[in-house]
Structure formats: structure tokens, C-alpha cells
Design a protein around this ligand. Structure first.
Ligand code: DHB
Length: 390
């Protein structure tokens, strides 16, 4: 035993002398951040890239003696491109971590690459429940649609809403939102008058909203991905839905902080449930919003930015835990169980599911100092994703 330690020490000294170890440690730690910088989800890419750069500006680009390099790639919101870029980043650039993933189909396309190459994949935006089950190397810092939809289905029947039509984008997160909202609302005695699904690409909401008008439910529940909310809000107003006595309720993706301030008074009073509001009243969030706006020509950060910012923290902390060494399995182990205060509130990464556990807030759109905000009025603490099968 003693002899072996001595031998190891001698080998270590020799390695140091030749400079091999020093060289190995000097190799940068590469994060391949794949985002939709153009195309339908471009605002998601812009928000997450800005947040990742803010994190690095505030926390430095050296972790445990290792230089961190961020490589940003634009997948144009197309999953086939995400897959190709992930392959190139792993094989050619030899990235230590993959991150980003603006939409669910992108995360699903990259999951097998993460598994085969044992590369951690930090999902900062996509929010279908099943994503974390697609690879043991996936860790999520965004949210899930079941997580945020259930709170609203509990709130609605207690607030005079007895019948609802659901309207969702026709893909993973929309189907999750529809299922978990409807099941919980019906469990609470509510009636679902219809379930409508609109295409993800270039949706025209007009015919769907006409149908809702004819059905005349107490409320319309909506999920559309970040960036599409303003169009829904505009057409909801133009068709006089609110005047016909139909309330709009939604996940916070619809009253997205990236767009909310430009939506106008039609958004006033809309109740949503979500995990992040730029108006979240904590010191940590005030500091985050101020710094983000200062670095980005006054752009207001949205929930995507927070997913990116926290994703960088999770990567930095994991790298620290490995003493700067990295390694796919060691990094994922270092990500599991992390507990910290995010701008959204307290969060932790569930070691079993690798998914984020966080508060879900009920919010109402209000005008303050001439600006529209999602103002939180109630909270469900430490919500796990209810969509997990295990
Ligand atoms: C997803 C994308 C979004 O922009 C969003 O707000 C929620 C979910 C997704 O594709 O998973």
C-alpha cells in the first residue's frame, strides 16, 4: 500500500516535470451552447445567450483553475440542425458539456448523443416532462408544463371558472399542459368544453378563437411557447373575447416578460401560473434584472434567461466539485442535488430525476409605473414535476 503511494507520487512528480499535467489542466473546459438564435424561437436564444454571458461576466471565466470557453451555435429552431451541431461539438470540438435546447424536439434529438458520448446535456428552455427520461446525462434548469399547469387548475374553480376550453400548441409541452390542466380541473369539478390544438409552426389562432367564442366557456386556458404569446393576446382582444365574458388564463409562457410590456391593456388582469416573473420581489431577482437590463440595452429578462443563468451556475458548481477535472459522469453527479437561490426563488436539482424542483407562482398582469408586470399573488412551494412516472 505504502509502496504504491510512493510510486504514484513519483509518477506524479515526473508528470509535473514534463509539463504534461500542467498542459492537461490548461485545456479549456468547453460548453457547447446550442440555441435558436434565428427563426421562430429566436427570442429564446437571445435571452439565454445574454444570461449565460452575464453569468460569466459576474463569475469569471476560470473555475477551479480551469478556463471556461463558451461556444454558441444557432440551430435556427430546427431539431435536425440541433442534432448535427451537437454531433460536431462532441466529435470535433470535444466539448465537456452540451447546453441550451430551445424547444422539446431539439432536446429529444440530442438526448441519444448525450448518452452515447457520456456528455452532460443541460436543458435550459425545453419543458416537456419526459425530456429528463430521454438520457441519464440530461439535467434540467427550466421547468415542466405539468409543474406549472396544475396550480392554475386549482385556482380557477375557486375563482368562479366552472367551464374551460383549452388551446395549446400541438407538440410535447402543449400536450402536457392540456393533459395536466384538464385532469386537475375536472378532478376539481370543472368542465372541459373542448380541447383545441394549434400547429407549432406559423399558427393562425383566428379560427380557433372563433370556435371558443361559439362555445362560450367561462375561460380559455392557453399554452403557446415563448415568443407566440403576443399574437394570441392580440387576436383575443380583436375578437372581443373578453367583452363576450370569456376570461383568458394561461401558463406564464403567454404573458412572457420578453413581450408583455408591448401587449397593451388587453393583457391587464390576465392570471397565469409560472415559475418566474421579472417582478419577483426578492433581492436576488432585483439584482439579476438590473444587471441583465444594464448589459442588454434595457431588455427585460424572461423565464428563458433565468433557465440559462441557473444552467451556467449548475455547470460551474459541478466543475468546482470535480476540482476542475470534469468528466461526464462526475459532472452529472456534481449537478445532482444542487440547492441554491435562483432569481426565481429557491430551487434544487432532484438527484433522482435530474429535474428542477421549484416554487410555482400565481400571477396577475398589472400596470406599475406605466409598465406591465406579472405580479405574484400566491405561491405553491417546492413543486416537483407531477409528470414523472417514477
Ligand atoms: C417549450 C418551448 C417554449 O418556448 C416554452 O415556453 C415552453 C416549452 C418546449 O419546446 O419545450
Amino acid at each position: 500500500m505504502h509502496k504504491r503511494t510512493l510510486l504514484q507520487a513519483t509518477a506524479f512528480a515526473a508528470l509535473l516535470a514534463t509539463g504534461t499535467l500542467a498542459f492537461a489542466q490548461a485545456a479549456p473546459f468547453k460548453i457547447g451552447l446550442i440555441l435558436p438564435m434565428t427563426g421562430q424561437q429566436a427570442t429564446t436564444g437571445r435571452q439565454i445567450e445574454a444570461a449565460a454571458r452575464l453569468w460569466m461576466a459576474q463569475n469569471g471565466d476560470t473555475v477551479a483553475g480551469r478556463k471556461v470557453e463558451l461556444i454558441v451555435k444557432d440551430d435556427t429552431s430546427l431539431p435536425d440542425v440541433t442534432r448535427r451541431l451537437a454531433q460536431e461539438l462532441v466529435v470535433n470540438d470535444k466539448v465537456d458539456v452540451l447546453a441550451g435546447m430551445g424547444i422539446t424536439p431539439s432536446a429529444m434529438a440530442v438526448a441519444p448523443i448525450a448518452t452515447q458520448s457520456k456528455t452532460p446535456l443541460v436543458v435550459m428552455a425545453a419543458a416537456t416532462s419526459s425530456i429528463t427520461e430521454a438520457s441519464p446525462f440530461i439535467v434540467r434548469t427550466s421547468f415542466t408544463l405539468p409543474q406549472v399547469s396544475v396550480a392554475l387548475a386549482d385556482w380557477a374553480p375557486k375563482n368562479g371558472i366552472k367551464s374551460v376550453v383549452t388551446l395549446v400548441s400541438d407538440y410535447g409541452p402543449g400536450i402536457d399542459a392540456e393533459k395536466y390542466f384538464a385532469e386537475r380541473f375536472q378532478f376539481n369539478g370543472g368542465k372541459i368544453a373542448d380541447k383545441l390544438r394549434v400547429p407549432l409552426r406559423n399558427p393562425d389562432f383566428a379560427p380557433f378563437l372563433q370556435k371558443v367564442r361559439d362555445l362560450k366557456p367561462d375561460a380559455l386556458f392557453v399554452f403557446v411557447p415563448s415568443g407566440a404569446g403576443a399574437a394570441v393576446m392580440k387576436q383575443f382582444g380583436e375578437r372581443g373575447m373578453d367583452k363576450a365574458g370569456i376570461k383568458l388564463i394561461a401558463t406564464g409562457d403567454v404573458t412572457d416578460d420578453d413581450q408583455l410590456n408591448d401587449m397593451g391593456d388587453v393583457a391587464l388582469g390576465v392570471v397565469t401560473s409560472h415559475h418566474y416573473s421579472a417582478a419577483h420581489p426578492s433581492a436576488a431577482n432585483k439584482k439579476f434584472v438590473e444587471a441583465f437590463q444594464k448589459a442588454n440595452k434595457n431588455l427585460r429578462p424572461n423565464f428563458m434567461a433565468v433557465g440559462g443563468y441557473d444552467g451556467m451556475r449548475v455547470i460551474y458548481e459541478a466543475l468546482k466539485k470535480t476540482g476542475g477535472k470534469g468528466g461526464g459522469e462526475a459532472l452529472v453527479a456534481g449537478m445532482k442535488g444542487q440547492v441554491f437561490e435562483s432569481p426565481r426563488g429557491p430551487v434544487f436539482i432532484d438527484a433522482q430525476t435530474r429535474d428542477i424542483v421549484q416554487n410555482v407562482y400565481l400571477r396577475k398582469v398589472e400596470k406599475k409605473d406605466g409598465q406591465l408586470w406579472n405580479v405574484e399573488f400566491d405561491v405553491l412551494k417546492d413543486v416537483k414535476d407531477p409528470g414523472k412516472t417514477k
